[in-house]
Design a protein around this ligand. Structure first.
Ligand SMILES: NC(=O)c1ccc[n+]([C@@H]2O[C@H](COP(=O)([O-])OP(=O)(O)OC[C@H]3O[C@@H](n4cnc5c(N)ncnc54)[C@H](OP(=O)(O)O)[C@@H]3O)[C@@H](O)[C@H]2O)c1
Length: 229
């Protein structure tokens, strides 16, 4: 049985991924900030293949505790999913700098910290993959709208971080890819988004399951197409 770790798994895309991988027979390690209130995850855990761990990804100590708890266990896939939009005040004439720093912390530094901290577990897998849910909103090759400086810059940064990590880990056979999950109907994506969490998760499952070294270090969409950087 393959094992996947998913951050921010209590709602939205993370919850749908937890459901999708559980249904496909994987062992799912679902992390979230507040396990006691994660009722949808708890319902999935009752089916037996899913374990819930507490992890606020912005906390170095909670990340270390998660990695200690998983020490010695092979992890086949890490999905860095937890992320935030960065709040209402991120425009030319209205910038909340503390919120911007916090957005960078959660969307960029945390995926780096978790990925590097879990490398010992990933190295125990025969097919290790690190997937980071980035966004088309951070792509330089796609001009779409204005504002949302904090979010856009964080996703541009995390895509670059993952590209470099892919290069550095290639000789160990560890696949690293940033992924755009689609415009998804979640609290973040809103009701007008074009796809459901189930559609996004089904596409991401297929993509992740079929990843090869040749696809590492490239930016993918949820439906298996290559995205411009
Ligand atoms: N929805 C879209 O259209 C879309 C498009 C492109 C990219 N994305 C990306 O996809 C990922 C998931 O987004 P979503 O749409 O599912 O958003 P969402 O519904 O707002 O869910 C965000 C998830 O991240 C968790 N999270 C936030 N900060 C965290 C922290 N410090 N530690 C641990 N977990 C934290 C949240 O946990 P709490 O419940 O505890 O807050 C929640 O589980 C994000 O990285 C997002 O940027 C989404």
């Amino acid at each position: 049985m393959q094992t996947i770790v998913i951050t921010g798994a209590n709602r939205g895309i993370g919850l749908a991924l937890s459901r999708e991988f559980t249904e496909k027979g994987w062992h799912v390690i679902a992390t979230c900030r507040n396990p006691s209130s994660a009722s949808a995850l708890q319902a999935l855990a009752n089916k037996g293949q899913l374990e819930i761990f507490q992890c606020d990804v912005s906390s170095a100590s909670e990340t270390a505790a998660l990695c200690d708890a998983l020490s010695g266990k092979p992890i086949d896939v890490l999905v860095n999913n937890a992320g935030i939009m960065g709040g209402e005040h991120q425009d030319l004439d209205d910038m909340d700098y503390e919120a911007w720093a916090s957005t960078m912390d959660i969307n960029v530094l945390a995926p780096f910290r978790i990925s590097t901290s879990l490398l010992p577990c990933l190295r125990l897998s025969t097919n290790p993959r690190i997937i980071t849910i980035s966004s088309q909103m951070g792509a330089f090759g796609k001009v779409m709208g204005t504002g949302q400086y904090a979010y856009r810059s964080s996703k541009a940064a995390v895509s670059k971080v993952m590209q470099v990590m892919a290069l550095q880990l290639a000789n160990e056979g560890i696949i690293v890819c940033p992924v755009h999950p689609g415009w998804v109907q979640t609290d973040m994506g809103g009701p007008s988004a074009t796809i459901t969490t189930a559609e996004s998760a089904a596409g991401l499952y297929k993509l992740i399951d079929g990843l090869t070294m040749e696809k590492s270090g490239r930016f993918w969409t949820w439906d298996g197409n290559e995205h411009v950087w």
